[in-house]
Design a protein. Structure first.
Length: 353
């Protein structure tokens, strides 16, 4: 008799997830079941009978969901993303192991952030719409050089550092803010770490590459926006909650900042990854953001490259293999801080809980 395959319930599965997971699964041969809907307390019972749950950024893994999954004997949740802000870590502790994909292609995100920056400063969406309609006028399309201007990078981890390399290529000066500054890298790359206030005051571009935590929630708020230059722009490919959207809309309306390019939005869960083109958008802040000529929104797309999707599938499947082989879980998250347990400062006896 053939051995029973490890079964995996994949939530919030889109066609591109299905395509890349299926292709990479040739090597692993898991029993994959794809569900289009999000994981939340209403859908969690679907996981009954599966060995593993695979979830994504907008799945709701709160205490209720955890309780249902635990009762259904799920031992492993494998997140196919880097962020962990949608997990109730306290509820998960000692119940369900959680792995994530801490790095897939940091280039995918940094390159998207750079695309957003150029699109915003050179008004590419407006130019594209015009020429498609046969309007070849340039009035109103005046942009700004990036060369010689200052970028403030918040979070100089994998993505932030690549963004710094890219924008240094444009000839920008780099300021950075991080709770764990990497001084050796900064010296090498001519980057200057500054405090939050100086970063907001001095930068022409602010780009967010830190995780969303209670400390970083609304990192960009009314107070920090008040410090910014009136023509400075914000790029957010981190997490929506890093920006207080109400404060952002207020600043855009009163022209106290130059613009924003957002790949993430505070309340994106309901809208992003879905087609709302024939529906009424009830979120007034999102609807208002969509009206500004100096705002570009992409729907959490920064990770979406062939390279990143392949790497995500490979690491996710490897996380599952390690769990069932009884090996150390390289990418298991810490229930206290969300970091990788292996590198967590609280690690004792190989575990940080
Ligand atoms: P990373 O862990 O390599 O770097 C994060 C950096 O942020 C670290 O240097 C850390 O010290 C710093 N940091 C932590 N707390 C901070 C604080 N309070 N203030 C300032 N800096 C702080 O992470 P990576 O891979 O560079 O990703 C960064 C973020 O990008 C992720 O947390 C995720 O939320 C977001 N992301 C977005 C994607 C998208 O498709 N839009 C895809 C992948 C990641």
């Amino acid at each position: 008799m053939s051995e029973k395959k490890i079964s995996v319930a994949v939530f919030d599965a889109k066609p591109y997830d299905i395509a890349f997971f299926t292709a990479v699964n040739n090597k692993y041969e898991y029993d994959l079941r794809f569900f289009e809907f999000h994981l939340n307390p209403d859908t969690a019972p679907v996981a009954n009978g599966f060995d593993v749950v695979c979830a994504f950024v907008n799945d709701k893994i709160d205490a209720k969901t955890v309780d249902i999954l635990h009762k259904n004997n799920i031992k492993l949740i494998t997140m196919r993303c880097a962020g962990y802000n949608n997990l109730d870590l306290e509820a998960l502790m000692n119940k369900i192991h959680v792995t994530r994909v801490p790095a897939y292609s940091p280039y995918s995100v940094a390159e998207h952030a750079a695309s957003l920056l150029l699109s915003l400063t050179r008004k590419i969406p407006q130019a594209f719409n015009r020429t498609r309609n046969g309007n070849f006028m340039l009035n109103g399309l005046t942009g700004r050089d990036l060369h010689g201007r200052t970028i403030g990078i918040v979070g100089t981890g994998k993505i932030g550092k690549i963004m710094a390399n890219i924008t240094a290529g444009f000839g920008m000066q780099t300021l950075a803010f991080d709770v764990f500054p990497d001084e050796i890298w900064a010296n090498e790359k001519n980057v200057r770490y500054v405090n939050k206030e100086e970063l907001f005051t001095q930068s022409d571009v602010i780009t967010l590459h830190c995780p969303l935590t209670p400390e970083t929630r609304h990192f960009v708020d009314e107070k920090s926006i008040a410090l910014m230059k009136n023509d400075a722009v914000i790029i957010n490919t981190g997490r929506g909650g890093l920006i207080d959207s109400k404060a952002l809309v207020h600043a855009l309306k009163h022209k106290t900042i130059g613009g924003a390019a957002l790949d993430v939005y505070e309340e994106e869960e309901k809208y992003f990854f879905e087609d709302w083109s024939a529906e009424v958008i009830e979120d007034d802040l999102l609807a208002r953001l969509m009206t500004f000529p100096n705002v570009i929104i992409t729907a959490h797309q920064a990770f979406l490259t062939q390279d990143a999707l392949t790497a995500i599938a490979e690491t996710t499947f490897e996380n599952i293999r390690q769990y069932f082989a009884g090996e150390n879980l390289t990418n298991e998250i810490c229930y206290h801080c969300g970091a990788n347990q292996i590198s967590c400062s609280k690690v004792k006896n190989g575990r940080c809980f």
